[in-house]
Ligand binder design. Structure first.
Ligand code: ASP
Length: 359
């Protein structure tokens, strides 16, 4: 009798354990079929040059041409690397370099100004094959922050470096160091003055902290980013920015935060974000898209749509993402009036767009 009772207890215990295991295990059903949107590309690349209130009526033909030309130069740089069998990491880095070296975008040369009239740059990069990542925040003299992020990933035991330490590491790595005045552009400086002026007016009427929000809402986000899939099936993403005009107190946005501004995982997708960084950090935008694909089996398109239009917008934030999935499907999703963006696939099909509903 005693033995029977003992056996019953053991069997009951085993059943209970099994039940518990089942309940606490995430169903890692392969998202293979569900994330494929009918294409299987050898390689693909997509870029953004920032989102925001970008309206045709506020754009001169000359300026629009300059944007389209630089977007094309950037994407062709990455496309050539991928076409010749290069890695997605190299494609992402070199593509972003082109946009960092242009004064048109809020990254590298065209970085926006902090409240104190300085330029503090952030960047990050991620390798979807190894899930290695590198990032730098708040640097003032590194010409190409994406190169620094890459060096942090490749040549340091850390993921993110900031400020003077990051600058010291950059010069040890032999990266190009410039005088901070290299980042001065008159239009960005004038933008800072306009915001400071309007802030002063508001401060006369409102409470100090709430009054900062409406100003931020008018932003054009000029961050640059790239996501790519190479011929070996490896995904990579990178993002580089000057942050947001009038930022202060050493503010860091989403761009250098792995999971918010940048994420890549060979199992799902590679994503680069642009937008109101505080909301993108709180929504963990880039990783969230990957997680919806991995755990819910959503397509890149649906996952990106959910995160940008429901999650970020639901909190009151705005901006967008570009992404590519493991099959070469491309997404360019935003909830703003426009987003500078371009893509190319293995057929050489080039898309360059700026405004909403552009075809
Ligand atoms: N996301 C960037 C930041 O908040 C801004 C941008 O996208 O332009 O720093």
């Amino acid at each position: 009798m005693k033995q029977l009772l003992l056996y019953s207890l053991i069997i009951f215990g085993l059943l209970a354990c099994e039940n518990k295991t089942t309940q606490s295990t995430i169903d890692y059903e392969s998202p293979k079929d569900s994330i494929s949107e009918n294409v299987k590309r050898d390689f693909a690349i997509v870029i953004h040059g920032g989102a925001g209130t970008i309206l045709k009526k506020n754009m001169t033909d000359e300026r629009e041409k300059a944007y389209r030309e630089t977007l094309e130069e950037a994407i062709r740089t990455g496309y050539d690397i991928l076409k010749n069998g290069g890695s997605s990491l190299d494609a992402v880095t070199k593509t972003i370099n082109v946009m960092e070296n242009s004064p048109l975008f809020n990254a590298g040369k065209g970085a926006v100004f902090t409240h104190e009239g300085k330029n503090e740059l952030d960047a990050s990069i991620m390798d979807g094959k190894t899930l290695n990542a590198g990032a730098s925040a708040g640097t003032t003299n590194v010409k190409n922050p994406i190169d620094l992020a890459r060096a942090v990933m490749d040549n340091s035991p850390h993921v993110m470096l900031s400020g003077e330490g990051a600058e010291e590491f950059a010069s040890e790595q032999g990266l190009e160091i410039v005088d901070p005045s290299y980042f001065f552009t008159q239009s960005r400086f004038d933008a800072l003055q306009r915001i400071i002026e309007s802030e002063k007016t508001q401060l006369d009427h409102n409470d100090k902290h709430t009054s900062l929000e409406p100003d931020l809402k008018r932003f054009k986000y000029g961050t640059v980013g790239c996501a790519a899939l190479d011929k070996n099936g490896n995904l990579a993403a990178g993002t580089s920015t000057g942050g947001m005009t009038n930022k202060r107190w050493g503010r860091i946005g989403d761009a250098p935060i792995i999971g918010a501004g940048t994420y890549a995982n060979n199992a799902t997708c590679a994503i680069s974000s642009t937008g109101w960084g505080e909301y993108f950090i709180r929504s963990m935008v880039a990783h969230d898209i990957s997680a919806l694909m991995e755990y819910k089996g959503m397509s890149l398109k649906d996952a990106a749509h959910t995160v940008i239009h429901e999650k970020v917008a639901g909190l009151g934030g705005d901006g967008g993402i570009v992404g590519v999935d493991k099959d070469g499907n491309i997404a360019m999703e935003f909830n703003t009036e426009g987003m500078y963006r371009a893509s190319m696939d293995d057929q050489g099909k080039l898309v360059i767009e700026i405004y909403k509903d552009e075809n």
